[in-house]
Design a protein around this ligand. Structure first.
Ligand SMILES: Cc1cc2nc3c(=O)[nH]c(=O)nc-3n(C[C@H](O)[C@H](O)[C@H](O)COP(=O)(O)OP(=O)(O)OC[C@H]3O[C@@H](n4cnc5c(N)ncnc54)[C@H](O)[C@@H]3O)c2cc1C
Length: 407
């Protein structure tokens, strides 16, 4: 049995890792279009391990964050990957935010998080002296990790266990004949009994290459960061109470596993799915965005937020204003230009965003269509789910029984 995995971000790598353990006799080939694996979302993110505070109880996000953070911490410890369980403070600054924070606290408890602590403003300030808060919640389970290190270790382990990793291999077309998938890559052809697609920012296009209409469009949201010149100001991760109408967490302060502190990311509609500069533009991506009624509906429905995000992207002063709601003493001179990431977010035709992870199966192929944050944290747990599901669907290990979450 031969399985081809398209996409070598953390989700594809996690799926290959779990599948190899589950079906050691299967031939597994993982192909990525870039010169190395993990060069997109998986290494252009905040580097936070989320433990499930935000997600609807029972959702994939909640299940996989709770399970995934434990797997990720154990993996980091086993393979000496830089990480730190520094804890997070979610800070409410207004009465309305305090109310919403109560909801998050209850959600965290429903998701089974341990050690959650409700804090008054004074208690929060004892923990994090630079912060001004009306109230806060301490999430001690959360931390930071070097996801680049996770990518490198997974790639090494896969190759050592006999998985073939092919880079500079972009999937162009897929055709089904005689019970197999014939895959045309930019570099070579493959024939597979089963295929697993984990293409992140290109997930909708890759699904269409298989003749599958995913019913959603991947919309890229750029996230821009500043670097904090006074990292000593920040002891934990410091997050605002998120806007409930938006799936992003709001600009925050993130300590980095390799040292330093980042501030951000904002969330601005991007005109280049893989553009890591402010203002990046790619004609095909921009044309698709402007021609998409779904995106126009989304903009119309979220007009104020969209305008604010555009202003914040173009003005350091506006960005600073957001950060100062959490840490008032911050000055413009404390912020140096930082990196950029692009999030893949599935959007329905009516302009609504798909909140949860989504997986779609068809004959001989399993597509991961939506895997936004916390999919880096959860990648090992998502990988186990994908491996179990693919095994149940395609009989990869010869066991072929639906168990647990795969059912
Ligand atoms: C700004 C930002 C901040 C974030 N912060 C966090 C955080 O703190 N914690 C957290 O848990 N999550 C975070 N996330 C989310 C997390 O990074 C992603 O959910 C996760 O990395 C998704 O992994 P992936 O493998 O699905 O996608 P990717 O890492 O994007 O991988 C997809 C891969 O598919 C390949 N590919 C695409 N098309 C093809 C093709 N046709 N042929 C072959 N290969 C192809 C690409 O080259 C790429 O390597 C953040 C994301 C962003 C952008």
């Amino acid at each position: 049995m031969k399985v081809v995995i398209v996409g070598g971000g953390l989700v594809g790598l996690g799926a290959a890792y779990a599948l190899q353990a589950r079906a050691p006799h299967a031939e597994i080939v993982l192909c990525d279009k870039e010169r190395d694996v993990g060069t997109h979302q998986s290494t252009h993110n905040s580097g936070v391990m989320h433990c499930g505070l935000y997600y609807t109880p029972g959702s994939w996000k909640a299940k996989f964050a709770v399970r995934g953070i434990r797997r990720m911490k154990a993996f980091a410890a086993e393979h000496a990957i830089a990480s730190d369980n520094c804890g997070k403070l979610v800070v409410a600054t207004t009465a309305a935010e305090v109310e919403r924070l109560r909801g998050l606290y209850a959600r965290g408890q429903a998701n089974g998080l341990s050690g959650l602590q409700w804090m008054s403003g004074a208690e929060a300030r004892e923990r994090e002296p630079a912060v001004r808060a009306a109230a806060a919640v301490l999430v001690p389970e959360e931390g930071i990790i070097d996801y680049g290190g996770v990518v490198a270790v997974l790639k090494r382990l896969l190759e050592q266990s006999g998985v073939t990793v092919k880079t500079s291999a972009q999937l162009l077309r897929a055709r089904r004949t005689a019970g197999k998938w014939r895959l045309a890559f930019s570099s070579h052809d493959e024939e597979a009994d089963a295929v697993i697609c984990c293409a992140g920012l290109q997930a909708d296009r890759v699904a269409r290459a298989f003749g599958h209409e995913p019913g959603v469009q991947i919309v890229p949201f750029r996230g821009e960061y500043f670097l904090l010149r006074r990292p000593e100001l920040v002891r934990h991760l410091i997050y605002p109470v998120p806007n409930p109408r938006f799936p992003f967490l709001g600009v925050h302060f993130t300590r980095l596993a390799r040292g330093g502190v980042e501030c951000g990311p904002n969330a601005i509609l991007a005109l280049d799915r893989e553009g890591y500069r402010r203002g990046a533009f790619r004609v095909a991506d921009a044309a698709e965005t402007f021609a998409s009624p779904a995106i126009w509906r989304f903009v119309w429905r979220n007009f104020k937020t969209t305008v604010h995000e555009i202003r914040r992207s173009h003005s350091k002063a506006v960005f600073l204003e957001s950060l100062r709601t959490l840490v008032p003493e911050l000055q413009a001179s404390d912020l140096a230009d930082g990196p950029v990431g692009v999030r893949a977010q599935a959007m329905r035709a009516d302009g609504s965003l798909v909140e949860d992870f989504s997986f779609v199966e068809e004959t001989g192929v399993l597509h991961v269509i939506n895997a936004p944050s916390p999919a880096a944290t959860a990648s090992l747990a998502i990988g186990e789910h994908i491996a179990a599901k693919a095994d149940a669907l395609f009989g990869i290990s010869g066991r072929g029984v639906l168990t647990g979450d795969a059912a």
